[in-house]
Design a protein around this ligand. Structure first.
Ligand SMILES: NC(=O)c1ccc[n+]([C@@H]2O[C@H](COP(=O)([O-])OP(=O)(O)OC[C@H]3O[C@@H](n4cnc5c(N)ncnc54)[C@H](OP(=O)(O)O)[C@@H]3O)[C@@H](O)[C@H]2O)c1
Length: 207
């Protein structure tokens, strides 16, 4: 499997490192392949223009600033039929993080509306990049919740999460992306309120 990661910042580079360490090949889609090569791109990853990377990816991870999400996905070429995992969080800050969703209801729903035929799955958004890099950092596999309307696309995302060390959880349809974006708000609130960044949410229960 090849995973295309659009955006080689904190989340993209940490996830890429984890994927490569788990034996999955990674190609980064960036705006300026030469500049990105010199920065955070992990060893073993390829770097390409976004459209070339997305074409090579079986799965596309979108890890760009929230406001750039729709534009970055559009510049990644024809994504119809591809599973696109949206890691972005629409936030503003005023004495803490505030969810700032687009009119579609969440960033993931805005992507789905802008890109008909693309299988948008929300996920990998509700913990910090340290956990993307090491899902067991918080004492056991971090839970990774995924929301999406396409069952097979969601299965692909969940299998990918399991392969790299998360416990994947089905969080229901894409309209629940709003819940996952708000889970990120809570994570940031707790992280900046004294918990630090080395924690993740885990559901308690017998199974
Ligand atoms: N940081 C976290 O702990 C964390 C955790 C969970 C979710 N998130 C979410 O994940 C997303 C990424 O966060 P981050 O912290 O990784 O951001 P970041 O460090 O600022 O990196 C963003 C990356 O996106 C690239 N980019 C911007 N516009 C682009 C475009 N149009 N096409 C392709 N690449 C583009 C930037 O590349 P250039 O060098 O070209 O500008 C940069 O490499 C955000 O939406 C954030 O809310 C972040």
């Amino acid at each position: 499997m090849t995973v295309a990661i659009i955006g080689a910042g904190s989340v993209g580079s940490a996830l890429g490192r984890r994927l490569i360490a788990s034996g999955i090949s990674v190609v980064y889609g960036v705006r300026d392949p030469q500049a990105s090569r010199a920065r955070d791109v992990p060893d073993g990853a390829r770097v390409a223009a976004s459209a070339d990377a997305a074409a090579a990816g079986d799965v596309v991870l979108l890890a760009v600033p929230s406001a750039a999400a729709v534009g970055a996905a559009r510049s990644a070429g024809d994504l119809r039929g591809k599973v696109v995992i949206d890691c972005t969080n629409p936030l503003r800050f005023d004495r803490g993080p505030i969810w700032s969703a687009p009119p579609e209801g969440s960033n993931a729903q805005a992507l789905a509306a802008a890109l008909p035929g693309v299988i948008v799955i929300k996920g990998f958004n509700h913990f910090g990049a340290e956990i993307h890099g090491d899902p067991r950092m918080a004492g056991g596999p971090a839970d990774a919740l995924f929301a999406g309307d396409d069952p097979s696309g969601k299965r692909v995302a969940m299998e990918l999460a399991a392969k790299i060390g998360f416990r994947p959880i089905d969080a229901g349809p894409l309209r629940n992306a709003a819940l996952l974006e708000n889970l990120a708000v809570l994570w940031i609130q707790l992280a900046t309120g004294g918990m630090g960044r080395e924690f993740a949410f885990r559901l308690a229960g017998r199974s």
